[in-house]
Write a protein that binds this ligand. Structure first.
Ligand code: FEO
Length: 170
């Protein structure tokens, strides 16, 4: 069994990851409407990855004998007026998730819950990668987003992203 507070935070994280999936799906939807199928693909895969993250937290809870409570997932309510708004919102969201993971890690560390810390190690690394990806996308958009031909090429590049299952299995 896990510590009560750590367990509650892990349970909340399931919801945060599912919300992330919902948010990225909405971003994918935005780009579908824009006719930028490569960007839509990129965010669609991002949504799939977030669903995977939720399942990893879910499975970790169950594997440790914890009951999971599934809460309502909030509506993604951001209004995107421009492509860059989406990219910025993606980065901000990842920073929020990183802080959330770090918070669980800190609680687990406080009570010497090494198993949870080890489980979270994968997410700490993953968050680093996700923030880097979000930064890179913003940089590329700043460089190429204002020129239609360059935007087309960038869209092609993002269309090539393929889904792969997480390297962490439980
Ligand atoms: Fe699962 Fe992008 O945080």
């Amino acid at each position: 069994m896990l510590n009560k507070k750590v367990s509650a935070l892990l349970n909340e994280q399931i919801n945060k990851e599912l919300y992330s999936a919902y948010l990225y799906l909405d971003m994918s939807n935005y780009f579908e409407q824009r006719g930028l199928n490569g960007f839509a693909n990129w965010y669609y895969i991002q949504a799939q990855e977030e669903r995977d993250h939720a399942m990893l937290f879910y499975r970790y809870m169950l594997n440790n004998g914890e009951a999971v409570t599934l809460e309502a997932i909030a509506k993604p309510d951001k209004i995107f007026k421009a492509d860059m708004d989406v990219l910025q919102a993606g980065l901000e969201h990842e920073e929020y998730v990183t802080a959330s993971i770090n918070n669980i890690y800190a609680e687990a560390s406080k009570i010497k819950d090494f198993r949870t810390m080890q489980f979270l190690d994968w997410f700490v690394k993953e968050q680093g990668e996700e923030e880097t990806n979000a930064h890179e996308l913003i940089s590329k958009m700043e460089l190429f987003g204002n020129d239609p031909r360059s935007l087309y090429m960038l869209n092609q590049e993002l269309a090539a992203r393929v889904y792969s299952a997480p390297s962490l299995t439980l």
